[in-house]
Ligand binder design. Structure first.
Ligand SMILES: Cc1cc2nc3c(=O)[nH]c(=O)nc-3n(C[C@H](O)[C@H](O)[C@H](O)COP(=O)(O)O)c2cc1C
Ligand SMILES: CCCCCCC(=O)C(=O)O
Length: 362
């Protein structure tokens, strides 16, 4: 059979696209967004529209649509995460860099020195390595750490196992290259499992969040919160923000779509810290729905990778521009002149749109 071994593009595509196991969560995410309806408002003043500018932990960004951390951008573009960084700078939005990036965090900072950037963190078993990464991030101008909390162990991505995913020779893990290697010895399964075994601290738990506080003065965001209990716990453990995410449906299959748990997570933090969101955002209307349900910024994962694969920096810029122009149009048609006007009243949940409700005598 013609497989990934003979066709690296298939291996890269599958790595980017796949979800965990039966991909039930991945496949139901679009339906979850579409079941939330927007409330159109008549005769809002389109000439009075002010724009999409907003803030992220107090920093100004031109749009609430930001770039999520996605590993290994050099699989589809030789400039890797540096190209993505320039695209974020070109559209004045925020880039969250993966610790598993191919370009190092310093190279990325140099590629777009003035842009707002934060660093996603997977923890090494060595405190010395973790401290070193935090120091490097701070020195290179990263403004916060997004600690991923949904990946205690790697999700079961069957396509990667079948393809025996590994990084091609010559492509390094830029940010963590000095602490680990990308050499894969195993003949079975996905090389990602081996990268994780060599580097990642799977025993990293809530108490370690308190420990990170002692290592860095950067704000700490917990990425991968999916229920109100954990949202409340994040506040209790001193997080500066939470990021509602199911890791692009790549971890535990059959969980709800992230948009379905956003409201309960917002309730869990009780207005004490900011809430960010990702998972299946493909249209400006999705952004508007997430903001209306309580997120203050929204991140895109795969769409940036498709843009990068098609046209490098310009491709990512195009994706961001298209989404932002769709967001603007939906804001105007729901009578929102600026981001702070995007409130819960802009959406109607599907439960209220059901035929039973519509025909009920009130
Ligand atoms: C190819 C790929 C690589 C990813 N790598 C990381 C990563 O290194 N760290 C992390 O916290 N999340 C990672 N994620 C998850 C994204 O940050 C984000 O949560 C998810 O992709 C959002 O869903 P979307 O792709 O539907 O927009 C990755 C996702 C994809 C698709
Ligand atoms: C520690 C797990 C490494 C996962 C590699 C990057 C990633 O998050 C992904 O979803 O793929």
């Amino acid at each position: 059979m013609w497989g990934a071994k003979d066709n690296p593009k298939k291996m890269f595509h599958d790595y980017y696209q796949s979800g965990a196991e039966g991909e039930h969560t991945l496949n139901t995410t679009r339906d979850a967004f579409n079941s939330i309806k927007l409330k159109a408002r008549a005769l809002g003043d389109a000439d009075a529209f002010k724009g999409t500018e907003t803030t992220f932990l107090g920093h100004k960004i031109a749009s609430p649509i930001c770039l999520a951390p996605t590993a290994f951008h050099m699989l589809v573009n030789p400039e890797g995460e540096c190209a993505t960084a320039r695209a974020a700078a070109g559209t004045k939005t925020l880039q969250c860099l993966s610790t598993w990036s191919n370009c190092s965090l310093e190279e990325v900072a140099e590629a777009a020195p003035d842009n707002l950037r934060i660093l996603q963190c997977y923890f090494s078993r060595s405190d010395e390595v973790n401290k070193d990464i935090f120091e490097r991030a701070e020195k290179a101008g990263y403004k916060a750490l997004a600690v991923t909390v949904d990946t205690q162990i790697l999700g079961n991505r069957e396509a990667d196992a079948e393809n025996k995913f590994s990084l091609p020779k010559g492509i390094k893990m830029g940010t963590i290259a000095k602490y680990t290697s990308t050499h894969v010895t195993g003949v079975e399964g996905s090389g990602l499992d081996e990268y994780v075994r060599k580097y990642k601290h799977n025993g990293f738990t809530w108490k370690d969040i308190l420990k990170i506080r002692q290592f860095t003065s950067l704000p700490i965001i917990l990425k991968g919160i999916q229920c109100k209990e954990d949202a409340a716990k994040a506040v209790e453990y001193g997080a500066d923000a939470i990021w509602v995410s199911n890791h692009g449906a790549r971890q535990l299959d059959t969980t709800p779509a992230s948009i379905e748990v956003l409201e309960e997570c917002v309730q869990g933090v009780d207005g004490k810290i900011e809430v960010y969101f990702d998972g299946g955002v493909r249209r400006g209307t999705d952004v508007l729905k997430a903001l209306a349900l309580g997120a203050s910024a929204v991140f895109i994962g795969r769409p940036q990778l498709w843009g990068l694969a098609i046209d490098g920096q310009k491709g990512v810029e195009d994706v961001l521009k298209i989404l932002n122009s769709e967001l603007q149009r939906s804001m105007i048609l729901t009578d929102c002149q600026e981001v702070k006007d995007i409130t819960k009243e802009r959406v109607i949940h599907s439960a209220y749109c059901s035929p039973k409700y519509l025909t009920a005598k009130i």
